[in-house]
Write a protein that binds this ligand. Sequence first.
Ligand code: SAH
Length: 375
Amino acid sequence: MSTQASLIGLDSEGLAAALREAGVEGKAVAMRARQLSNWIYVHGARDFAAMTNLAKDFRGSMAERFTLARPEIVTEQISNDGTRKWLLRSGPGIEFETVFIPEPGRGTLCVSSQVGCTLNCRFCHTGTQKLVRNLTPGEIVGQLMVARDALGDWPSTGENRRVTNVVMMGMGEPLYNFENVKVALGLVTDGDGLALSRRRVTLSTAGVVPMIKRAGEEIGSSLAISLHAARDEVRDIIVPLNKKYPLGELLQACRDYPGVSNARRITFEYVMLKGVNDSLVDARELVRVIRGIPAKINLIPFNPWPGAPYECSDWAQIEKFAEIVNRAGYASPVRTPRGRDIMAACGQLKSESIKERASTRHAELRSAELARMPG
Ligand code: SAH
């Protein structure tokens, strides 16, 4: 096995440190870091040999020490609606999913922040997978790089890119992996790097209240909140994190979100669960509790998964609910389910990874076993 470290996920400081380790000194460090960063994040170079404007000796000495390895694709599935889901692997027992959702004129990549999740939201498939570990910056930004590789979507600064938006809405809770998500999204939004605008990057949280302000100040992406209920009694059950950070505190954090305005509205996600949170009383309560927050409400028809304890609301009910929200002055688009046939829709992601126990080998055996189990 190779012991060379991958440079993917390193920001300019990280690249500078790697260069010093490789014996580069003085002023050359910053210049070389800029050149490497350009090759890696703008052009998607997968090999030092491709960096043709750099001295051959230098390329050779880098290749001896480092790689440009991304997470490896285990499987690719393509939905009949064009959605693509990749199962990625970055080490023994470390598997996670990424979803590309093409739409006319844009393409959204749904990125994971953790393998598994600690939150146990009752309607979410990922919630049935225990947390294995946080993803590293390289594993997070690597999802965008793998997608660009697969879609032929380099250079990042070119016109008509296929991936135009990133949503941190895959597996895991991004605000429980704050530092790594921050580094990764810094690379994603770096104008001299992967070059997506901050507005086209959305971080979604189930409501880790103490981290929301920091996210606004230090990451500055758009914010989405997985609200799903407007009363604590209901939210306590379907999003158990609510018991720790109840609605009042969560909505106050939204009011205080740095940079929030009519031009930069917060998205509230609201999954439509039949008989649970979809009454017209719920709709009125929803518009009442968010009053004063510049917002749009994204209604998400519940996506089923094996053994899920809920059903999706009837279409007619979703429409009535949307109308109440809309009449109160909020945009209330109903999110079209994408990639349901390949289990790529919201809340359907899950991998076979389990937490490493006695040894890595043991974990590998277990996930092979689990993979063979039905359902
Ligand atoms: N932990 C973060 C990031 C996950 S985003 C968060 O909770 O925001 C994934 C989105 O899909 C969340 O809004 C989640 O609540 C929603 N979701 C989960 N399961 C779903 C399902 N079965 N059907 C529809 N939406 C679901």
